[in-house]
Design a protein around this ligand. Structure first.
Ligand SMILES: NC(=O)c1ccc[n+]([C@@H]2O[C@H](COP(=O)([O-])OP(=O)(O)OC[C@H]3O[C@@H](n4cnc5c(N)ncnc54)[C@H](OP(=O)(O)O)[C@@H]3O)[C@@H](O)[C@H]2O)c1
Length: 271
């Protein structure tokens, strides 16, 4: 495993796992593939992919239940080194419904939440931040974060926080889609905030890139490994690829332990 270190979170694994699609679709529970999805999680945890990103909406909560099942095989010492991020739907604006979401997620996970965040911008950011601080005070989560935000939102949210600083930001980021990467990323890097790269494989579409395939052939790696390594080589960035196939997790784990040569990184930077 490789690690990256952050102000609030300390040192955590440099690669994570996304879990949309595990346990069903958005707001849709499906238990038919539980065995395969548990194997995806078991492989990730066995290979030191120790940042797990989920949400109350993935499989209508069933992804969280599967994660809870996979984590139950770990002792307290190991669990404390794993980072579980979960998200609530941003239509919840009032404190009671945000706390209620956190309680339900922690119950399904069977453990505390490491980072709790809304899926996207909420109608009243300050109110949301204070509710997330309450969730931390209640011991349901260790930290709070934000998703699908710009630098200005991060700064605004930090200004609203009374007790705890932001720990993580989660934005879509891959070598084709670099939304806000310049401003938000450099800000997070400077402030020691974890920058989670959501959709690091562009939902599989970026793997079709001819340039990516050429680099993968030259380095005897797979396109997914190049796409992930490009992100992992950036300070403060932890990508969270998703797969429904246990064997692909082993492919992801092989991104540990090497770096993308500078000339190839520059090629992907410039796309
Ligand atoms: N905060 C947000 O609003 C937000 C938004 C988007 C995503 N996310 C998070 O980011 C995670 C990942 O993003 P994503 O779900 O958009 O997808 P992604 O990780 O960018 O791509 C996943 C897709 O790529 C395919 N794939 C994976 N490995 C592959 C390989 N080695 N070769 C070929 N195809 C491969 C997968 O198919 P198979 O299943 O067949 O392997 C799947 O269809 C999500 O699960 C979620 O946790 C968060």
């Amino acid at each position: 495993m490789e690690t990256k270190c952050f102000k609030a979170l300390g040192c955590i694994s440099a690669l994570g796992l996304g879990t949309s699609g595990l346990g069903g679709g958005l707001w849709q529970r499906d238990e038919a593939h539980d065995e395969r999805h548990l194997a995806v999680l078991a492989n990730a945890l066995a290979k030191g992919i120790w940042v797990i990103d989920t949400s109350e909406v993935y499989g209508d909560g069933h992804a969280e239940e599967l994660i809870g099942k996979a984590l139950s095989n770990f002792g307290r010492g190991e669990r404390d080194r794993i980072i579980v991020i979960t998200k609530f739907w941003p239509d919840k604006a009032d404190e009671d419904s945000i706390i209620s979401s956190a309680k339900s997620s922690a119950r399904r996970l069977g453990t505390y939440i490491d980072v709790f965040m809304p899926h996207g911008p909420t109608s009243d950011l300050c109110k949301t931040v204070r509710a997330m601080e309450k969730v931390v005070d209640m011991g349901l989560a260790r930290f709070w974060g934000l998703s699908n935000v710009k630098r200005v939102d991060i700064e605004g949210a930090r200004g609203c926080a009374k007790k705890y600083d932001i720990a993580a930001v989660e934005n879509i980021f891959n070598f084709i889609n670099k939304i806000d990467a310049h401003e938000g990323l450099s800000y997070a890097q400077r402030e020691g905030i974890l920058y989670i790269a959501a959709s690091p494989l562009g939902r599989g579409l970026v793997l079709e890139s001819i340039k990516l395939r050429r680099i993968a052939n030259a380095l005897k790696r797979t396109p997914a490994q190049i796409a992930l390594r490009w992100l992992m080589d950036k300070e403060g960035v932890v990508p969270i690829p998703r797969t429904s196939r246990p064997e692909r997790v082993l492919e992801f784990a092989e991104t540990y332990g090497w770096r993308l040569p500078e000339e190839y990184a520059r090629e992907l930077d410039s796309l």
